[in-house]
Design a protein around this ligand. Structure first.
Ligand SMILES: C[S@@+](CC[C@H](N)C(=O)[O-])C[C@H]1O[C@@H](n2cnc3c(N)ncnc32)[C@H](O)[C@@H]1O
Length: 274
């Protein structure tokens, strides 16, 4: 499996960004897992787990009597997850290289699971329905599927609006779509869940805004400093517009009043009924 296919990359810069991103969104993740009934002894599947930042927490909550399997297509991220699981004393966590659109190929005898989690993955795959189908097969009847992902990504903006930022958001959506992804995927996921035997128990959108002095400002700031130069390399953003974007971010950090409207994170807790 090629690491080049994944649009955000799998280098150390992206690994560090994912660590910070998890820290900023870990409260939301924990609340959703507990709402879904996560408890010690459960078998948990982390779908598209990246380097494992959510999986480490899931493994601590499932405890040594449980099991967490983290699947990602990046061998580098999977290696990081397994190395950290060992260092952190989490033998119940195992990461495996695999395509989440073909979960059955990777999971083997690990299924069935009590809970599955997919965060910021469905928006990057060509066939999100194949992921939902695979998760439905991997869960026991009554098992829970927790999803955090994007819809209406184009609503991300700066306030006051900035030309550079609107260009960068449009280029971002273009890059994901060019790689088979969909920045509006959560508009389609509820129907996929129903079609594959889930009952939707809970649906909510988490909308954050961030001034330069807010902890959450690190989310868009790190995102653009990591990804905007990649958009330039892809030919989707002009270098001058990238430089203007970074100046506009600096201006927000220095301002008391300007803010970033972050992309809303849509949350679903669904339960397998069939
Ligand atoms: C934005 S990261 C999110 C990682 C993790 N879920 C989190 O919340 O920190 C998306 C991850 O999806 C993985 N990914 C993308 N397409 C995949 C596929 N078809 N199969 C497996 N993993 C995939 C990438 O390698 C990357 O680690």
């Amino acid at each position: 499996m090629s690491e080049r296919e994944y649009v955000l990359g799998t280098g150390n810069d992206e690994l560090a960004r994912l660590a910070q991103q998890h820290r900023l969104w870990s409260n939301t993740a924990h609340e959703a897992w507990l709402r879904a009934g996560l408890h010690p002894g459960q078998r948990v599947l982390d779908v598209g787990a990246g380097p494992g930042f959510a999986a480490f927490d899931l493994a601590q909550l499932a405890t040594g009597s449980g099991r967490v399997v983290a699947v990602d297509e990046s061998a580098g991220f999977v290696g990081h997850c397994n190395e950290q699981a060992s260092r952190r004393g989490l033998p119940q966590l195992a990461a495996k290289v695999g395509d989440v659109q073909r979960l059955g190929d990777t999971l083997g005898a690990e299924a069935p699971f009590d809970l599955a989690y997919a965060r910021w993955v469905l928006c990057f795959v060509k066939d999100p329905e194949a992921v939902v189908r695979g998760v439905a097969k991997a869960l026991r009847p009554g098992g829970a599927f927790v999803v955090h992902d994007y819809f209406n990504y184009g609503a991300m903006t700066m306030a006051p609006r900035r030309r550079s930022h609107d260009l960068a958001v449009a280029a971002t959506m273009q890059s994901w779509r060019a790689n088979g992804g969909d920045p509006d995927v959560m508009g389609r996921v509820p129907a996929m869940l129903v079609a594959h035997g889930f009952r939707i128990e809970h649906m909510v959108a988490h909308q954050r805004i961030a001034r330069g002095s807010d902890a959450m400002f690190a989310w868009p700031d790190t995102w653009w400093r990591t990804f905007a130069p990649k958009l330039v390399t892809m030919g989707l953003l002009q270098a001058a517009d990238c430089a203007e974007l970074l100046r506009d971010l600096d201006a927000i950090r220095a301002s008391e009043s300007a803010f970033v409207v972050c992309p809303a994170v849509y949350e679903i807790v669904a339960r397998r009924i069939a």
